[in-house]
Design a protein. Structure first.
Length: 169
């Protein structure tokens, strides 16, 4: 009888150990689909605006050839609020966006089921108090996903932040 109890105990312990789940996190990392990351950029509608001028700043993610379009993003746009004043969001043709503007900082997020086909993630307008404020505009993304739900953020943290560059119009 003792042998039966010992064998039963050993069997229960063995089954319990075999059924034990590996400890894990409830948060999973986004799936990476390929190592190609879109090229991020910020552009301004005017290179040398006058004081009191209104400019539009556009964030763009240009996917590499053959890659799926960006389907969603989230990040932070920072600027010097003593030199620039946030006016509002400029309308773009596709996707939906949410902005949470605070002086010097705008939290941005957006999604488009079919993807942001032209690459423009969002556009905002500023009133210029001091043209030197344009050099302070910086975008840092913490989420960038393709329409296939694959993570498109670069593995290099330095590639997730971009500064304003100019386009002549």
């Amino acid at each position: 009888m003792r042998t039966l109890i010992r064998l039963t105990t050993i069997g229960v312990v063995a089954v319990g150990a075999a059924c034990r789940d590996e400890p894990g996190s409830l948060v999973t990392a986004p799936r990476r689909t390929g190592e190609t990351s879109p090229v991020l950029s910020l552009t301004a509608s005017e290179e040398a605006p006058r004081v009191e001028a209104t400019i539009t700043v556009t964030a763009q993610a240009t996917p590499e050839s053959g890659a799926k379009a960006v389907g969603s993003f989230a990040g932070d746009l920072r600027y010097d609020s003593s030199r620039l004043s946030f006016v509002g969001e400029a309308r773009l043709p596709s996707g939906m966006r949410a902005l949470n503007p605070q002086p010097g900082h705008i939290r941005v997020a957006g999604a488009a089921a079919e993807g942001f086909q032209d690459g423009r993630l969002f556009a905002v307008t500023f009133k210029v108090k001091d043209p030197r404020g344009l050099a302070t505009i910086e975008l840092a993304l913490d989420e960038l996903n393709g329409t296939d739900f694959g993570n498109r953020l670069s593995t290099n943290p330095g590639d997730r932040t971009v500064h304003l560059r100019f386009t002549r119009k």
